[in-house]
Design a protein around this ligand. Structure first.
Ligand code: ADP
Length: 487
């Protein structure tokens, strides 16, 4: 059942919605990945810069302390003390300095002076190891580093020993605030990009599906009866290809429709002609009740001929429609074509004799082929009968049979009236007759060659005609020896 146009269900299953969703989904995934990656990178970079800067400052300070003998009887050099105080307030943190026994000799908060500060990190520092720690859940970091003193007072000596520990606690709140600002900016940017992608997605989906709507509209118009509709699509190569294919199909449909109309009009015309003659003949008899018996006899004989003609047309039409039915059965068997032709010629001999035409059969070799004997006989009989019918007094019909490794060829040449060059391409059309009067006189329906062509095509063969007007015509039938079934 056709779904109601514009229904919600139809919209949900629409290609347009799916394209928009795919574009948005891809956009959102990329956006999230970009946001998370960028936010993580900025945060880590800011923290590492801060930690590096603190470590750098600690390095410089401990170096200075080492050179300037930072303690004087366990008291801190006042200059260095001022510098430490300055650094503590710069980092908005706390700096504690201990001697090698971990007794606090400087505390920027002034709370722990003289106390012992025992911690794993401080002990590690006494052993010469610097540490950086951060307690999860707060924004305070701690760096602990050893202070070295030159062991040997000799100038240029580089031997060092740990003489104390510096502990720096500092806050990373400003960096976190900066990272937060960056995240806000990224969020705004992401929303803007998301909106832009949405708009682009909708436009893209529309551009992609618009041609399909046009195609649907055109096909709907065609099914409603507007036969001259054509699709004119531009843009993507695939779309242009679809447009071309549809136009070719519409072209073909038009030509099939035209030939169907032509056929129907031809059939009705052909069937009407004998009936019209019968009507005229019977009317004249009815109009003259005193007509002599001879006249009755003559008119009845004419009526009989017309009835025979009508029956012939109907039989030919039925034969043709049966042949054009794709499911029509083929009774294929291995047949001797020589015998088939000899039998056919024997059957046609009386007609040829009546017309005063001589038939000559020449065979180059014995030919056996896989054919439908009845159908092929009908096809060849139509050509040979024509060669007799359209021949001249004392004319001849020559039938040649030959074969190669793949095909057998039958050529039927006559010495008759021939066919004008301009008519040659039409003579296989249904109801086509070069000379309607003559064809009618000889009992032709104009369907014989159409039937022949159908049968030859069913055998995957070809039939060609050559002719010189007033000299004769020559038909060549070429059929495969082995019938390969269609894929
Ligand atoms: P018909 O029943 O009228 O013979 P066909 O389909 O057999 O119809 O042939 C179509 C037309 O082709 C004929 O009417 C005739 O004008 C022409 N034709 C066919 N065969 C010959 C021939 N051998 N010589 C001359 N004209 C021919």
């Amino acid at each position: 059942m056709k779904e109601k146009s514009g229904s919600f269900r139809e919209y949900i299953h629409s290609m347009r919605l799916h394209i928009v969703m795919i574009v948005l989904f891809t956009g959102v995934c990329c956006g999230c990945a970009f946001f998370l990656g960028s936010s993580f990178y900025v945060r880590m970079r800011l923290l590492s810069l801060k930690n590096e800067s603190v470590a750098d400052d600690i390095g410089k300070l401990t170096d200075k302390m080492a050179r300037n003998a930072y303690t004087a009887a366990y008291e801190l050099n006042p200059d260095i003390g001022r510098e430490l105080q300055l650094m503590a307030s710069f980092y908005d943190g706390r700096i504690t300095v201990t001697d090698v026994s971990l007794m606090v000799i400087f505390d920027s908060y002034g709370l722990e002076d003289g106390k012992y500060l025992i911690s794993t990190e401080a002990i590690q520092a006494v052993r010469g190891q610097s540490t950086l720690t951060h307690e999860t859940g707060n924004d305070v970091y701690e760096q602990v580093a050893p202070i070295y003193e030159i062991a040997d007072a000799q100038p240029g000596s580089t031997d060092r020993m740990v003489s104390g520990v510096v502990i720096v606690n500092y806050s990373v709140v400003p960096e976190m605030a900066l990272a937060h600002d960056h995240n806000m900016m990224l969020t705004v940017l992401s929303v803007m990009i998301f909106m832009l992608i949405s708009v682009l997605g909708i436009l893209f989906a529309r551009r992609l599906t618009e041609p399909l709507n046009t195609v649907t509209q055109t096909l709907d118009n065609v099914s409603e009866g507007y036969n001259n509709e054509r699709v004119d699509l531009k843009g993507y190569t695939e779309i242009i290809r679809i447009s071309d294919s549809i136009n070719n199909m519409l072209e073909r449909m038009d030509s099939l429709e035209n030939s169907r109309k032509e056929f129907v009009s031809n059939v009705s015309h052909e069937l009407k002609t004998p009936i019209a003659s019968i009507k005229v003949l019977s009317d004249s008899l009815l109009a003259s009740p005193d007509a002599p018996i001879e006249m009755y006899r003559e008119f009845m004989a004419d009526i009989n001929t017309e009835i025979d003609r009508e029956a012939t047309i109907i039989n030919d039409l039925l034969a043709l429609s049966k042949l054009e039915d794709k499911n029509s059965d083929m009774h294929i068997a291995l047949v001797s074509i020589n015998e088939l032709l000899e039998l056919l010629l024997k059957r046609l001999k009386p007609i040829a004799g009546q017309a005063g035409v001589e038939m000559i059969f020449e065979s180059y070799r014995e030919v056996e082929a896989e054919v439908d004997e009845v159908k092929l006989t009908l096809a060849l009989s139509n050509i040979i009968e024509n060669a007799i019918k359209y021949n001249k007094e004392k004319g001849t019909v020559k039938i040649f049979l030959n074969s190669d490794h793949k095909y057998f060829i039958i050529r039927i040449s006559d010495t008759g009236i021939g066919i004008p060059q301009t008519e040659l391409e039409h003579i296989f059309d249904r109801f086509y007759r070069v000379d309607k009067m003559r064809s009618r006189e000889t009992g032709g329906t104009g369907l014989g060659l159409a039937i022949t062509k159908s049968i030859v095509l069913m055998h995957h063969g070809t039939v060609r005609v050559e002719s010189v007007e007033n000299e004769g015509a020559s038909f060549t039938v070429r059929i495969p020896l082995k019938l390969v079934p269609e894929q």
